[in-house]
Ligand binder design. Structure first.
Ligand SMILES: *Cc1c(COP(=O)(O)O)cnc(C)c1O
Length: 548
């Protein structure tokens, strides 16, 4: 008689892909995936969400417990699909919400293949050619941003935050050598712009620099780091005996696509080294997790415009390129394929211009007795992570192969074209005003005003003159209500899902400016969807304005 557990085991074995080819079981596997996709498809309607919004009961969720018996592939599949209810369909033409792209089919297949055979790219022994895929994806990116691919080196890590963490950690080792061993006692500062990502604060905290040592520099009206302020802040820090762990240049801020002048920042850094006779060169990290993709326009013939973009689009693309083309001046930089690269989460790459820099964070083999005794490729010697998935590298590589340079140009160009069109429409109405008019990205920030307000004069008064404070605050409130209206309409299938920000930037006298935000990242967005945004806004303005 066989042990009872054997029956259970037999059932469970069927829930794994078979280790030895078994065509009948293989088709069961494929079929199971298709059933999952069919069920997801059944959730689609004309709305930009899957199924309906179901509020999550988080208190109830806490009470979940492990079931006693086994279940089936079919039952688990239906159960899991249920968790997608209410999800925004990021590829939907009526979704203009945030910097979340729809992933392509090849990138999904890349992620699935990696999940299926579970390579760990810490070590080629555990990932074989998937480790090579990571190196290729890094090499393509290095060449794209203008690094010497022979010199540069990179690894995929846990998000854009991870990429900046690597950059700052390497910079900290340069500024305060031996920190890896001794910890650090010296005061080191980290510098970023006010419009830079809040992950800088997190990183300062987690690395032990302390958030008190994070210097946030004001930005210009274009949301670029103010270079005079930066110079002053850096000199002040150095003069008081502090060291600069890193300067983060943001190329593509999250909310407004501000692009820091990396060329000027690198030049400033060089002059600081001379001026203060520094024994190290302050590390410049480019947080380009959003802007990196614009590198594909580095070779674009803007005059000839072979892809036929509209003049406003060409201007915006060339404007972005003017900053992005200097990415190679950064000592390290971060790329999110899960943002402007149309890959699923998490697919982030940190690149260092000089691969030798990674030596600064490399552990000694004795510290990892059970790993890395042989093999040719061992990024696990210096990565923060131990296990690293092959999903990010395969998804990224899939999209590089799928799009090529021209495909990325076409997709990004279209998104910029749609954003420009939206701005044109918004500027064509007296009730709406665009806040980031001269910006080059795919995000548009705007405000609506009640009927009867002179929107031509109001921007200046509200943003610069403290006497405009009451009007600004009333406008903030008004735009929150416009947002609520537009959002609930979109959830009913009328209009477009946009988002809002509580602080697009501060006024000259320090008040936060609330703005409505359209973030276009779906290749499916077209002119009609743009007109719909404006129509809904004007409607909201009438309704809310009318009711006081
Ligand atoms: C999104 C974003 C980050 C954080 O990246 P994650 O991938 O979400 O960790 C950092 N910097 C900028 C500019 C971003 O837009």
């Amino acid at each position: 008689m066989t042990a009872p557990y054997r029956d259970i085991l037999q059932e469970i074995r069927l829930a794994f892909p078979q280790p030895v080819s078994d065509p009948i079981h293989d088709s069961y596997f494929v079929h199971s995936i298709m059933r999952a996709l069919d069920q997801v498809d059944a959730l689609k309607s004309h709305l930009p969400i899957l199924g309906a919004l179901v509020p999550g009961d988080f208190a109830e969720a806490r009470k979940a417990a492990l079931p006693e018996g086994t279940s089936s592939v079919e039952a688990v599949t239906s159960d899991l699909v249920g968790y997608l209810r209410g999800m925004t369909i990021f590829g939907h033409p009526r979704t203009q919400q945030n910097v979340v792209p729809p992933p392509t089919i090849p990138s999904l297949i890349g992620a699935m293949l990696a999940a299926l055979h579970n390579p760990n790219v810490a070590w080629d022994e555990y990932s074989r050619l998937v480790a090579l895929a990571e190196v290729e994806a890094a090499g393509i990116t290095a060449r794209l941003v203008g690094y010497d691919p022979e010199q540069a080196s990179g690894v995929f890590t846990f998000g854009g935050t991870g990429t900046t963490l690597y950059g700052v950690k390497i910079g900290l080792e340069k500024a305060c050598p031996g920190t890896m061993q001794k910890g650090h006692s010296e005061d080191a500062v980290l510098i970023v712009s006010e419009a830079g990502h809040y992950c800088a604060a997190n990183i300062a905290g987690w690395l032990g620099l302390g958030t008190d040592n994070l210097i946030t520099v004001p930005t210009t009206e274009e949301n670029e780091i103010d270079l005079d302020h930066l110079g002053r802040a850096a000199r002040e820090a150095l003069a008081s005996g502090k060291r600069i762990a890193a300067i983060i240049a943001t190329l593509g801020t999250t909310d407004a696509f501000g692009l820091d002048d990396l060329q000027a920042i690198a030049a400033l850094r060089d002059s600081l080294v001379e001026e203060f006779r520094l024994p190290y060169s302050p590390h410049v990290h480019a947080d380009a997790v959003i802007g990196w993709a614009w590198s594909v326009f580095g070779s674009y013939d803007f005059e000839g415009n072979p892809l036929g973009f509209r003049p406003r689009t060409v201007r915006a693309l060339a404007g972005a390129c003017r900053r992005i083309r200097h990415l190679s001046l950064a000592d390290s930089l971060g790329v999110d394929f899960h943002k402007t690269g149309f890959a699923p989460y998490v697919s982030s790459l940190v690149l260092v211009r000089d691969g030798q820099d990674l030596q600064l964070v490399t552990r000694r083999p004795e510290q990892m007795p059970y790993l890395y005794h042989f093999g040719d490729h061992r990024p696990g010697m210096y990565t923060l992570e131990t296990s690293r998935a092959g999903t990010g590298p395969l998804a990224a590589l899939a999209n590089y192969r799928l799009f090529g340079e021209r495909g990325l140009q076409a997709v990004l160009g279209h998104l910029v074209e749609m954003a420009q069109l939206l701005r044109e429409h918004l500027e064509g109405h007296e009730g709406t005003t665009v806040l980031n008019r001269d910006n080059f990205g795919t995000v548009t920030l705007f405000r609506a005003y009640p009927p009867g307000v002179d929107t031509f004069a109001i921007k200046r008064r509200e943003f610069e003159d403290p006497a405009g404070r009451d009007s600004l605050l009333a406008g903030n409130d008004f735009n929150r209500r416009v947002f609520d209206y537009v959002h609930s309409e979109a959830m009913e299938g009328r209009g477009v899902v946009i988002s809002s920000t509580d602080c697009y930037r501060r006024t000259a006298y320090g008040e936060p400016i609330v703005a409505l935000k359209s973030y276009i990242l779906s290749p499916f967005v077209d002119e009609g969807d743009i007109e719909e945004v404006v129509a809904r806004l004007l409607e909201a303005r009438e309704r809310i304005g009318g009711s006081g």
